[in-house]
Design a protein around this ligand. Sequence first.
Ligand SMILES: [Zn+2]
Length: 152
Amino acid sequence: MNGASHLIGGITAAVVLGIHSPAQLAVVAVSSLLPDIDRSNSLLGRWIPVLPSVLERTLGKRTLTHSLLFGFGIWLLLGAYPALQWAFVIGYLSHLLLDVVTGRIALLWPLPLKFGVPLFGIPPVFVETLSLAGWGAWMVIGGYQYFQIWFS
Ligand SMILES: [Zn+2]
């Protein structure tokens, strides 16, 4: 799944869950892109020198940065800011969830197991396209207003 899709997925999940603070939404945006720093051509990875290409060459794609261990480590680092921890969890888990349905990730890294839940054999590119189309339709019909009523 590409960076734009992860960004849309993370922000949408956050808004649905009642996150409206700009600082929290900024954390959601970064954390929804963070796992793909293991690729030097990813949306976030292209702005970080050296680390993405080192991760890509040594550990491979969708390993350490797509694991529960990595997420827990970042969550601990944000310990002094509980509101940002919650925002991080939303963005990070949205990324992992979207990657699980469009591929396979090493959720339990360093264990050499990769998990994926193919959606009825639908090719990932169609899952991504349908997700974006669904999101667009949701925006057109005013979905954000509907959820604001629910959570306010
Ligand atoms: Zn990913």
